[in-house]
Design a protein around this ligand. Sequence first.
Ligand SMILES: [Zn+2]
Ligand SMILES: [Zn+2]
Length: 134
Amino acid sequence: MIATLYKPGFISDHFTVAEIACRCCGSYNRAAAHVLCQELEKVRLVSGPIVIISGHRCLASNTRIGGAKQSLHMQTMAVDIQVMADSQRFRLVQQFVQCGWLGIGVGNRMVHADLRHMVFLNPPAVMWAYPHEE
Ligand SMILES: [Zn+2]
Ligand SMILES: [Zn+2]
């Protein structure tokens, strides 16, 4: 059992298991979630509160949603953040990029961000718009 400094149900100061875990089955990778939430805390410092639409996805959930075959959501290394306005979308993309996230997907109602540089060796920085064809 790893000792935690966080409140019950929290993975970091502000992000909860409920926000990060798969919406269908509650699964997630514990070690990856810890890293993910630490990096999200850095973004939150500049962005303020953010709403996570999707964190970890199991294979079934990812397939159902139509996620990329190698989606980093399945490794708990990606999040989709809710976007309510064009100005907020711009700021979020800017803030994730500033904080070093190298995979950014831009949608009408969400921004995807992932930590591919922590999964792969020297991956290129990428940005796409939805719908995204793999
Ligand atoms: Zn699931
Ligand atoms: Zn995503």
